[in-house]
Design a protein around this ligand. Structure first.
Ligand SMILES: O=C[C@H](O)[C@H](O)[C@H](O)COP(=O)(O)O
Length: 262
């Protein structure tokens, strides 16, 4: 129940609950992936069930698709939707320009495609995700399995030539075997510490053969809803800066707080 949630889970929950207010009847909504986005899907499921909200959801991973169906959200594919009114998703880091690192859960490819196909992207995050400069969180890049070690070597050589700090990368593992994304690819995590020019880095990485996509989301996010462990939320808009700071009450319902899994 809510009283047993850790401060970080409360922060994620209030961010998700506040962001759910962006969703209007009839919208086509991109549903993000991760522990914060899972709260959002639960909140929307409750609104569908209790308030009669009618939405069509486009999930960004098989995990989110399963959860959305479980809570009663109508799920359609991106190609069926064609264009989305709104996407709400989590992030691993966001900076003052609302640029992001995403992909900690391995869903960055579908997430970027879905967010880019949306009129608006709203990110939900606990306050610990805010950084001055992106890069403390390892930057995920999705690579095809064929020749992944060659791709890794190319990525590392290129980063060295660009004089990017860090320079090491690791293949993401799932126990003893390489992690496999929903698209059948692998993830390399780049340990950069600090990304001086995220825009340039994103372009350079995506030009390398074998790389499918990187976890830098530049100029895609329109607003971040930041949650705090004491129930406060802050809405930061790319055009208007901080537009609202408020406190949300926790609503303890079995639907939201039982068996929550990412
Ligand atoms: O691939 C996963 C996504 O980009 C997530 O949205 C991101 O990793 C944040 O996840 P969480 O809300 O669990 O911190």
């Amino acid at each position: 129940m809510a009283g047993e949630l850790s401060p970080i889970d409360k922060a994620k929950f209030v961010a998700a609950k506040r962001a759910a207010q962006y969703v209007e009847d009839g919208m086509r909504v991109g549903l993000g992936t991760g522990s914060t986005a899972a709260w959002l899907v639960r909140c929307l499921g409750e609104m569908v069930r209790d308030d009669g909200l009618r939405i069509k959801g486009v999930p960004t991973s098989s995990r989110t698709a399963a959860l959305a169906r479980e809570v009663g959200i109508e799920v359609i594919s991106l190609d069926e939707a064609k264009w989305l009114d709104l996407t709400i998703d989590g992030a691993d880091e966001f900076d003052g320009d609302l640029n992001l690192i995403k992909g900690g859960g391995g869903a960055l490819l579908q997430e970027k495609i879905v967010a880019t196909a949306s009129d608006q992207m709203v990110v939900i995050a606990d306050v610990g995700k805010e950084v001055e400069t992106l890069g403390a969180f390892p930057l995920p890049i999705e690579v095809i399995p064929f020749g992944w070690q060659t791709t890794q070597a190319l990525v590392e050589e290129t980063l060295i030539s660009m004089d990017v700090l860090g320079r090491t990368s690791t293949l993401r593992m799932n126990g003893e075997v390489p992690f496999v994304t929903d698209e059948g690819n692998h993830i390399l995590d780049l340990h950069l510490n600090r990304i001086g020019n995220a825009r340039q880095l994103a372009l350079v990485i995506n030009q390398m053969p074998g790389v499918v996509e990187n976890g830098l989301f530049i100029d895609i996010c329109d607003a971040v809803v930041i949650g705090y462990g004491d129930g406060r939320v802050e809405v930061r808009d790319i055009n208007e800066g901080t537009v609202a700071t408020e406190r949300l009450d926790f609503v303890e319902t079995d639907n939201l707080f039982s068996d929550l899994s990412d």
